[in-house]
Design a protein around this ligand. Sequence first.
Ligand code: RTP
Ligand code: MG
Length: 140
Amino acid sequence: MAVTRTFSIIKPDATRRNLTGAVTKMLEDAGLRVVASKRIHMSREQAEGFYAVHKERPFFGELVDFMISGPVVVQVLEGENAMQANRDIMGATNPKDAAPGTIRKELAESIEANTVHGSDSDENAAIEIAYFFKPEEIVG
Ligand code: RTP
Ligand code: MG
């Protein structure tokens, strides 16, 4: 299997509870390497652009409000089939449905305050990485 990259966000519910390290430890223990990381407070425009794919969904407004409610940590993760490895350790979108040992089962508060974002395809990973990082900010 190939070494690939994916994009992750540690969401505001996690930074508020000082869980940046706890989330990162779970990612690293799952075989992923953090090759870029920065803590930012997204603007409304930045969050709306990032989630443009969801703009017709009923939860879009609340999702954007939540994602700008506090700082987030945007990261590039590298590893064997990184997109799928990250989705696996994240767990289901709703923590009530997430498997034991996943980040969302162990740490998330609700379907909205669900601690992490992860790209859902290699194609979207490339788009999402480029949305937040310049090539020289990623050190593999
Ligand atoms: P993410 O994009 O954050 O990695 O999560 P995901 O793929 O598991 O879920 P997605 O369907 O892409 O939804 C994006 C985020 O929107 C919030 N959401 N709220 N209130 C709701 O019914 C609802 N559904 C989704 C979640 O924060 C989800 O992560
Ligand atoms: Mg998604």
